[in-house]
Design a protein around this ligand. Structure first.
Ligand SMILES: [Zn+2]
Length: 62
């Protein structure tokens, strides 16, 4: 079994370093994600919120 270690990744959006923790890695593995995250938690949440907002606007149009 390979040993997981915390990994430091530079966020694609804000350029800040964030930690891809062992716990996160296990979660990704469990989900079958093959890619590492490219954005920090903050940016991911921001994008998620923006997408949710966009979706909401779409639905309201009808
Ligand atoms: Zn970021």
């Amino acid at each position: 079994m390979e040993e997981l270690k915390d990994e430091v990744i530079v966020c694609k959006d804000c350029g800040k370093e964030f930690t891809f923790t062992v716990r996160d890695q296990e979660f990704y593995k469990e989900k079958g994600f093959e890619h590492k995250p490219v954005r920090c938690r903050e940016c991911r949440q921001k994008r998620k919120a923006e997408r949710a907002e966009a979706k909401k606007n779409e639905t309201n149009e009808a």
